[in-house]
Design a protein around this ligand. Structure first.
Ligand code: 13P
Length: 253
């Protein structure tokens, strides 16, 4: 049974004091979870160890890095390697977020290298994909996302693809308050799963969690997460407010 996941993405927000206070409020909330539920906090690099220590006694919460470099190590001033993340006990890493693609020119090929390095070192990549508005307007979103999967993930073996979490984040829904409707989300998630079935198998596709991201908040999480192929969410703005993110966690199937 695939995991249902509420993943926070703080992006470049919060001081460490604010971050600690936010996580404490969430830990102390009386949240009822199922056995297959997981909560991730994708926090800025300098906070990874602190937030990890804060949640370490808690079996269903984990920290994630928001990015990693695509080379193993070397003269890349200011960058953070997968090996560094591994050495401080990080188990998850976002890869290919649309903001990385847009502002840091990350290509599908570079993202494939990041996925490979994460898997090599036993870190679960949370692979982000999703189309910009002009592609949606052309009704080409399925083909666009298939291409992202094809160029960054489909070189993986059956064993490795099963270790990946996919997050579908339509760019037009990120930070805009304009959420995809639950039907639009379901349609794309079903498409992603069907592509996984064709490339791998039904059993493999059924095991992979596909999260939805783009203006998820307390008020819409229930409806989005109730869709058959939506296995939780990757949440930006609403994950910065404890009461909102708690509602999102509680909406997990
Ligand atoms: P918002 O929830 O703020 O739209 O951001 C979504 C996102 O990019 C999560 O990675």
């Amino acid at each position: 049974m695939r995991k249902q996941i509420a993943a926070a993405n703080w992006k470049m927000n919060k001081t460490i004091e604010e971050g600690i206070a936010l996580v404490k409020e969430i830990i102390n909330a009386d949240i009822k979870l199922n056995k297959n539920n997981e909560v991730l906090f994708s926090v800025p690099f300098p906070y990874l160890s602190t937030i990890k220590d804060l949640i370490s006694s808690n079996g269903y919460m984990f920290v994630a890095a928001q990015n990693c470099h695509h080379k193993k190590n070397g003269a890349y001033t200011g960058e953070v390697s997968v090996e560094m993340l591994k050495s401080i006990g990080i188990e998850y890493c976002l890869v290919g977020h649309s903001e990385r693609r847009e502002y840091f020119a990350e290509s599908n090929q570079v993202i494939a290298q990041k996925v490979d390095l994460c898997l090599e070192l036993g870190i679960t990549p949370v692979f982000c994909c999703g189309e910009p508005l002009e592609i949606r307007d052309l009704l080409s979103q399925n083909q666009y996302v298939s291409n992202q999967l094809n160029e960054s993930l489909f070189h993986l073996s059956t064993e490795d693809i099963k270790k990946v979490i996919i997050a579908y984040e339509p760019i037009w829904a990120i930070g805009t308050g304009r959420t995809a409707s639950s039907d639009q989300a379901q349609e794309m998630h079903a498409h992603i799963r069907s592509v996984l079935i064709s490339k791998y198998s039904f059993e493999v596709a059924e095991d992979i969690s596909i999260l939805y991201g783009g203006s998820v908040k307390g008020a819409n999480a229930n409806e989005l997460f109730s869709m058959q192929d939506v296995d939780g969410g990757l949440v930006g703005g609403a994950s910065l407010v404890a009461s909102e993110f708690i509602q999102v966690i509680q909406a997990l199937k």
